[in-house]
Ligand binder design. Structure first.
Ligand code: PMT
Length: 405
């Protein structure tokens, strides 16, 4: 039996050329046992006939806010309550903007405002529209509010240009929807995540830091929360808002991060160290701005403690997961760190070059253990975090349900 059996999925369709793919998504959902209703915007009707979606879903299609004439009418509030999950595919730039603003001037935007179900959107638009700061700000707002952003894919577009903006294929959307239903893998467990960079001040205006935005770590915290865990996040300085439902402790330096971890880690089942912690700090912190005098300037640095190794070295450590950011030989380097820091699992990602994950919304991860590797491939940080949490959960349960554990 599919994990989607009996699940109420509302598919929202907005007006883009990719709307034709929504019929395939609906068909696949029904094949997997989901109960599907479709809500269309007025412009979606220009791209795909409601009759097509009615035929594949076997249900009347909803396209009017006040659908009072139809016998099978469900009010927008009933429909919003009925849904276990809403997926808007394709989601146009206009719809994304209206969702971010909280408008409720048609059925689909009203449903999204009135529902308590998880909302996911699969953006589809011209790549310049996607890259526009207005769209990116709207996406960031929605992501901060917990909306799942699926894609877009990169490739050739209906306009003849190439770039990011293609709707993610229905098969991948289905895979993602299925993954949402086995989401209670960490129920009853407590997870501590570190994220972001650290800042080691040299003087009141300068410091040592790195390009970590915190996006990967925050995505891991959200994915663990969705998997049913009690999650706490310790974050270095980032521009991200704290994920709803995840108490977040803000720190600056590696020493601050270590103190915060020390204060919380004893009750934790799983520790995931995504933070890019500075390995060194200036030996002295000048209280006055350092003046420019000599032609050269030597900086004395001292080693910071290794937070991950400290946690893994406790007498009764949690299940420990580290990330390895490597410019070369990521798997070999991650395995070296796995052994040196004595952690349960290392997650390798390649940094430097065109696809360096720092600050981006996507990444490519490889899980590294002493005898094996598992390539999770490239994807959005959200989607990868969900896969990673599933992989951690299965290893955690295997380790602690083993005889004698
Ligand atoms: O934040 P984003 O912009 O989304 O980018 C994500 C990321 C690239 C920062 C992330 O995916 C990542 O790779 N994080 C780990 C970065 C890092 O510090 O790697 P490392 O190879 O130097 O460290 C190995 C492990 O030891 C890490 O788990 C790190 O948290 C930990 N460590 C390192 C040094 C130290 N003093 N204390 C530590 O705990």
């Amino acid at each position: 039996m599919s994990s989607l059996s009996g699940r109420c999925v509302l598919v929202g369709v907005t007006g883009g050329i990719a709307a034709y793919k929504s019929a395939d998504l609906v068909r696949r959902l029904i094949e997997h046992g989901a109960m599907v209703r479709v809500a269309m915007t007025a412009s979606a009707v220009q791209f795909i006939s409601p009759l097509t979606l009615q035929s594949v879903s076997g249900q009347p299609v909803h396209d009017a806010l006040l659908d009072i004439d139809s016998e099978t009418a469900m009010s927008h509030i009933e429909l919003a309550r009925w849904a276990d999950q809403i997926i808007v595919a394709p989601a146009t730039a206009d719809f994304i903007a209206r969702l971010a603003t909280g408008l409720a001037d048609d059925l689909l935007s009203t449903l999204c405002l009135a529902t308590q179900a998880q909302i996911a959107i699969a953006p589809a638009m011209n790549h310049v529209m996607w890259d526009n700061p207005a769209t990116q700000e709207n996406i960031a707002t929605l992501r901060d509010r917990g909306v799942d952003i699926l894609g877009p894919d990169t490739g050739s577009q209906a306009c003849g240009e190439t770039g990011p903006g293609r709707m993610v294929e229905p098969e991948a959307l289905l895979r993602w929807l299925t993954s949402q239903t086995d989401d209670q893998l960490l129920t009853g467990l407590s997870v501590l995540v570190t994220a972001g960079p650290t800042w080691e001040a040299l003087d009141p205006v300068r410091g040592l830091t790195n390009q970590s935005s915190g996006k990967m770590g925050y995505a891991v915290a959200i994915a663990a929360l969705k998997a049913g865990a009690k999650v706490n996040l310790i974050s270095g300085p980032t521009a991200l808002s704290s994920p709803p439902g995840v108490p977040t402790c803000r720190v600056t330096t590696a020493l601050d991060m270590l103190s915060a971890v020390d204060a919380q880690v004893s009750d934790v089942d799983i520790f995931v160290s995504v933070a890019a912690v500075s390995d060194y700090r200036p030996e002295a912190h000048q209280t006055q701005k350092i003046k420019k005098h000599a032609a050269s300037f030597n900086l004395e640095l001292v080693r910071n403690p290794d937070i991950l190794a400290t946690v893994a070295g406790r007498s009764s450590p949690p299940f420990t997961v580290g990330f390895a950011a490597e410019t070369d030989e990521p798997v070999a380097q991650a395995r070296r760190k796995l052994e040196a820091k004595k952690v349960d699992l290392m997650v390798a990602n390649q940094v430097g070059g065109e696809n360096s994950p720092f600050g981006r919304d996507d990444n490519a991860l490889i899980l590294v253990e002493s005898q094996s590797e598992t390539d999770l491939g490239r994807g959005s940080k959200q989607a990868l975090a969900q896969c990673l949490v599933r992989e951690i959960a299965s290893r955690y349960h295997a380790k602690y349900s083993a005889p004698g554990s």
